[in-house]
Design a protein. Structure first.
Length: 85
């Protein structure tokens, strides 16, 4: 199941248009498409697209200002147990 676009609505007041956002678990790209349609610069990655893009171990080479993602529920413990990039 992919995160619906409307899930981004509460975030917009906190996202600056001059930021580069990183969608680290983009799946089919629904959130990337929506953010780009709203005028945001977005980098994206997904472990299913490229196994080297595991966001628990990977970070885009050219950097980003904010990570906006909804990682898979089945790895929630990995995401919230002290793993950092």
């Amino acid at each position: 199941m992919q995160t619906p676009k409307f899930a981004l609505e509460p975030l917009y007041p906190y996202l600056k248009k001059d930021w580069t956002l990183w969608e680290a678990a983009c799946g089919k790209g629904y959130l990337v498409e929506e953010l780009q349609a709203k005028g945001y610069k977005v980098k994206w990655s997904d472990i299913m697209r490229d196994p080297r893009e595991d966001f628990l171990k990977y970070s885009p080479k050219q950097g980003f200002d904010c990570q906006v993602t909804n990682p898979p529920y089945d790895i929630k413990d990995d995401c919230f147990n002290g793993h950092t990039i």
